[in-house]
Design a protein around this ligand. Structure first.
Ligand SMILES: Nc1ncnc2c1ncn2[C@@H]1O[C@H](COP(=O)(O)OP(=O)(O)OP(=O)(O)O)[C@@H](O)[C@H]1O
Ligand SMILES: CC(C)(CO)[C@@H](O)C(=O)[O-]
Ligand code: BAL
Length: 284
């Protein structure tokens, strides 16, 4: 496995990997867990070679967010990826990704608005800008992202289509279902911020979401089910609920009532120092 930090050797390596079959990219911010490794395994099933990027992207963190505290464990991450048979780890420094004078911003309207786009202003511009650069640097045939970050996946799909970043094939931007802990909590690098007591309560988030999904599917008004969901979280030790919304699963339009298209329940809520996000399908 090659660990590469600068652009020239990266070019040589991706050129030779690309010439010898297909290349899949798994973009990450490191501090890898089984969710990330599931993306890597899916990538290996679908492409000849797998590259993983590890870059904690300052552009997608707000001024009061956890950029400095975000876990960084490159050596451990590389050992995990080597054991999975990954051939390339692309881990640029901030100065390589954003050299002095860097002045470009990619902004996607529509799907970026509301949800995390409202509670984290500028976040999706930062994600889109770095993901566009990663595509240009690695030039993969496909890239894989987790459904845990449902809105991020929608933003990247929109950008990839709009900017012709990958060949237009159905699995070029592949979403992988959320990997969960035994109690249902979605795996996330930020779960490490939780104390033992908070971790014990955190699984109330997916439990309360399942209850809201069942209520909406059985005909309860979405507004009522979502208010109940927020009340449950607040009464069980969550500090705040950034949003709890029912949206069209694909275009992410806000839904006041049930739709006959696939729907998605999306929630972000804070507990202790962590802001947890999760989403679930709601059947028409
Ligand atoms: N539980 C999970 N199941 C499936 N994919 C996941 C899971 N957690 C993260 N991913 C995916 O892994 C990729 C890299 O995510 P990232 O490195 O930000 O990890 P994370 O655990 O989501 O961290 P964070 O705490 O920052 O949200 C993204 O495409 C993300 O959606
Ligand atoms: C896609 C990504 C690697 C861009 O920094 C990040 O947002 C993430 O890890 O989900
Ligand atoms: N997994 C999404 C990256 C972020 O929260 O910044």
């Amino acid at each position: 496995m090659q660990l590469i930090h600068t652009l020239d050797p990266l070019r040589n390596t991706v050129d030779s990997l690309g010439a010898a079959g297909s290349l899949a990219l798994v973009p990450t911010m490191g501090a890898l867990h089984d969710g990330h490794l599931t993306l890597v395994r899916e990538a290996k099933r679908r492409a000849t070679h797998v590259a993983v990027s590890i870059f904690v992207n300052p552009l997608q963190f707000g001024a009061n967010e956890d950029l400095d505290a975000y876990p960084r464990q490159l050596e451990r991450d590389c050992a995990l990826l080597e054991a999975e048979g990954v051939e390339l780890v692309w881990a640029p420094g901030v100065d390589v990704m954003y050299p002095e004078g860097f002045a470009t911003n990619i902004s996607i309207s529509g799907v970026s608005e509301g949800l995390c786009g409202a509670s984290r202003p500028g976040h999706f511009d930062g994600v889109a800008t770095v993901v566009c650069k990663l595509f240009n640097q690695v030039r993969p045939d496909m890239a894989l992202f987790g459904e845990k970050d449902w809105q991020q996946l929608a933003v990247i799909r929109r950008m990839a289509r709009d900017l012709d970043l990958v060949r237009p094939r159905a699995d070029a931007i592949l979403g992988v279902p959320t990997v969960r802990e035994a109690d249902g909590l979605a795996m996330s690098s930020r779960n490490a911020y939780l104390t033992e007591a908070e971790r014990g309560r955190a699984a109330i988030l997916p439990e309360a979401m399942h209850a809201a999904v069942s209520a909406i599917e059985s005909g309860i008004a979405p507004g009522e089910a979502l208010s109940q969901l927020a009340r449950t979280l607040l009464s069980e030790g969550f500090l705040s609920v950034d949003y709890a919304e029912l949206r069209d699963a694909e275009n992410l339009r806000l839904l006041e009532a049930r739709s006959n298209r696939p729907m998605r329940l999306l929630v972000a809520a804070r507990i202790g120092k962590a802001r947890l996000i999760d989403n679930m399908a709601v059947s028409p």
